[in-house]
Design a protein around this ligand. Sequence first.
Ligand code: 5RP
Length: 223
Amino acid sequence: MELKKKVGYAAAEYVKDGDVVGLGTGSTTHYFIKRLGKRVMEEDIEILGIPTSYQSFLLAKSSGIFITTLEENDIDIAVDGADEVDSNLNLIKGGGAAHTLEKIVDSAADKFVVIVDGSKIVQNLGKFPVPLEVIPEARRTVNKQVKEYGGIPNLRMAKMKDGPVITDNGNFIIDVKFEIIEKPEYLEKELNSIPGVVENGIFAGIVDEVIVGTSEGLKTLKK
Ligand code: 5RP
């Protein structure tokens, strides 16, 4: 938790007065959003936030950050967490089932900064399953097709609710386990071409900077 807090706080310093900020989802961005709210209160800076989930929307509201939408504004900087970061700064995201809106917001930003603790850094993606947001009617046909790509699909089940996870957009999540993912940009496109897949959790080639929290301190990775 301490490392997540440190990277979240560090990223909050990247935001400048007047910025429109993409607000990622998860336990790491939690600290970023809280700290940004504190800056808004204490430094009298004007920030507008574009949330990537109900979680970040509610947290931003309670932290004193004004909300806007992609309909009204472009994004100067987006800050988000990740489940895996490979050596080329490709990501797997979607551990919180929010990757569809996260990808829309993160890829629209002039600058996309990822915040993680060191446990998320890998050589190649693939230890973490790739989440697919799927239209419920397509569950079985998507399962069949991901197996043709060598994936093992698993419908994500909810905790504190009976049955499957339902996303903020009303869809299912199918987590697909692959062996090592050597060509993430290729797999990202292929998975999105399966009918019924709304979006998958591979984010290839869109990251500008990663702030990594380690026991030796913070490191930044850039392309
Ligand atoms: C949500 C995400 C999160 O950013 C990702 O799961 C990392 O979460 P955490 O910061 O809690 O480890 O992609 O869909």
